[in-house]
Design a protein. Structure first.
Length: 178
């Protein structure tokens, strides 16, 4: 009888352990400059309120500007392997069971400091649309609006924000609304 009770207790323990184990998943992240100041970016796993999750450890698949990377997280922090040598756009995307999580940053490099600034997909749409609306309202500004849009597209292209990344960012933003 004791053997059967022991067997049932062990079986119950084996069944309940996977339920108690917490699934490690990254559903949000932020980007900061690496503390070592080696011109690399640190990706920090966070919760919805952007508070760091220090319990995230392991290797996770990310896409950095279209290049697949396996990033090793220790205590919720991973360092991107690419060195940032000039100001540029960085599009970071992570896909897991709960969906795709993507963010666009403009990284300003000044001397040996990096300053990542998050860019909303709404801003990517709003600026050209505002210029077009102003140009339509005031016919005199059509040429100026066209020149500003061309300058904006050239700036984006020369700093790594290609048209495909632009469209991908907008679609990811629209998907997050649904």
């Amino acid at each position: 009888m004791k053997l059967i009770n022991y067997f049932l207790w062990c079986f119950g323990l084996l069944v309940s352990v996977p339920v108690m184990a917490q699934q490690m998943a990254i559903n949000n992240f932020i980007v900061k400059e690496n503390l070592l100041k080696n011109n690399k970016l640190a990706i920090i796993a966070t919760d919805a309120d952007e508070k760091p999750l220090e319990n995230i450890n392991g290797t996770f698949q990310f896409s950095l500007n279209g290049f697949e990377q396996e990033l090793k997280f220790n205590d919720g922090i991973a360092v991107a392997p690419q060195v940032i040598d000039k100001s540029t756009f960085v599009y970071i995307r992570h896909h897991n069971d709960t969906g795709t999580h993507a963010k666009l940053y403009y990284v300003i490099k000044k001397d040996n400091d990096l300053n990542p600034i998050k860019i909303s997909w709404l801003l990517l749409i709003a600026i050209p649309l505002i210029l077009i609306v102003i140009a339509m309202m005031f016919r005199r500004f059509i040429v100026i609006a066209a020149i500003l849009i061309i300058v904006m597209l050239f700036f984006n292209q020369s700093n790594g924000l290609h048209f495909s990344t632009f469209i991908e960012t907008v679609f990811d933003g629209l998907k997050s609304l649904v």
